[in-house]
Design a protein around this ligand. Sequence first.
Ligand SMILES: *Cc1c(COP(=O)(O)O)cnc(C)c1O
Length: 231
Amino acid sequence: MPSSFTVRRQEIAERIALAAQGSPLAAAGVTLLAVSKGQPERRVEEALAAGQRHFAENRVQEAMARWHARREAFPDLRLHLIGPLQTNKVREALGLFDVIHTVDRASLAEAVAREMDRSGRRPECFVQVNLGREKQKSGAAPEETDRLVAYCRTLGLPVEGLMCIPPQDAPPGPYFALLRRIAQRNGLVKLSMGMSGDFETAVKFGATHVRIGTALFGERVSSEGRGARGK
Ligand SMILES: *Cc1c(COP(=O)(O)O)cnc(C)c1O
């Protein structure tokens, strides 16, 4: 019998395919990131057994505890950091993650570049944009993004795309469209946007990476994982 994770993932994959079908903007391929923050081990095991390999976490410490020991057992695992990164956690983060979605300021870009030079590890980077200029969210302001992307490039960071979490109290479509425009004018092809509540809209606007937690796993059990939307 298929696990509930398998069933939910299948449903989500179908909804992604349908959203892509109806849109001229949709990307050719969408990577589904399973956001495992705050989820019990049992569900993570189920996801791994179902063949899920892209996982996203928003805290370096929690992610280390969960994933460090699993790397060997699952060599094709791809770990994505989607939460704010403090400069003093850069070394640990680069040791674990394959993709960093939250480069959001020059000082962090510099710390990541230094650690890349030191360690030889080069996770793919996304620049996070705070499209709604919300105080409680991290991310570069939209008008600062071109400059930050250019600076990351001069530092040699492998910047591939942009990431956003749009404001909760407004329709997300215009925000996704804006992220796409900023990416295009900067020659970036990847868009990390869309969560459980809005991933179909994100796909219609060209998301290449959707970050889905509760719709895939069920409600989070630990407050540890409240993350960017929590208070
Ligand atoms: C928690 C989180 C998600 C997943 O949220 P769901 O609503 O559970 O799908 C996606 N992106 C970021 C940055 C998050 O912190």
